[in-house]
Design a protein around this ligand. Sequence first.
Ligand code: GN1
Ligand code: MG
Length: 375
Amino acid sequence: MPDATPDALTNGLLPIASQFVRQGQVTQIQPLGNGNINDTFLVRVDAARTDTCFVLQRLNTQVFPCPQQVMHNIHIYTEHVRQRLVHSPPAESRRWEIPRVLLTQTGQNGWLSPEGSFWRALSFIPQALTVETLQTREQAQEVGFGLGMFHTLISDLPPEQLADTLVGFHIAPRYLQQYETVLAALPETAEAQYCYTFIAARQAQIGVLEQAKQRGKLPLRSIHGDPKVNNILFDKATRQAISLVDLDTIKPGLVHYDIGDCLRSGCNLLGEETDRWQTVRFELDLCESMLQGYCAIANAFLTPADYAYLYDAIWLLPYELGLRFFTDYLAGDVYFKTTYAKHNLARALVQFKLVESIEAQESAIRAIIQALCKG
Ligand code: GN1
Ligand code: MG
């Protein structure tokens, strides 16, 4: 939607937002965040002279073909965590928030528009902020702790209770197969050649986590699927992590997908949207703090085998995402939203630079993991 002003964009949304309002009137609708898949808005409602907000989202049904399964998983997750926080909260007590699904006026958990779009609403968590990139070790430690808290709270949620809402998500070898089917369209630019060579040189390693899963070394667990740093909410006053939002990809998987994804997004000071891809690097000190924060709480359920594959996860997830972005660039930008012609190519280059930086610091990263494993 490149040429739509925020107003033009949101005006047509009033009838949709109103489906989720039981009391009061919608006073404002603004775009919220910058997700690559769904469309997200903040809706302000004036009810009985108090101002309240909620989050309105259109689920991308090209990506999530069964919205009801997504809602089912969110329901299972939120109910499980609510119970768990009451009956067996983690030792460390702190503010921890779970978004609530808001129902329509007719009591449904979503609304299907006449054109076939699926809309749903979630409660807005107040007194919170998000960041696009991390700058300090304290923030990194909090992000790690937040992911660890999220995993701990669902560590006793059997993954069989969750539907597979996005088949093949984070199954890295499948992304390689998809890439191979679009390769015929490889443009002869230096950047595309760099990506092609980069992928080819490493593709033998792409199955590292899936093989460990198949051999029974790494168990399927309930996971988040998309814990990028901007999905962590920090308390405005204490700056502690208080929630992990964007719950659409909660499903069975390996915690390694989450750990790798969180580190690849958090340990890159320039962020994944930078156009200065040549200078992207993986920050070792942020990596250390994030893993320390994570293990401080996740140590309770992590096994020695989990630790043994942490480096592979840190290496694989940026490689996988670079591959996904590059494939989408070659396929004509059919999956990730873009705002300019070579956007997905630029994003791929950023991820591949991170991988290079991780490889160059492999022994230092392994030493950090080793120290945590013993600690
Ligand atoms: C997508 O939409 P967003 O930004 O929350 C993608 C993630 C990627 C991320 C990269 C369902 O997430 O896997 O890591 O972009 N989500 C899906 O920014 O594919
Ligand atoms: Mg997401």
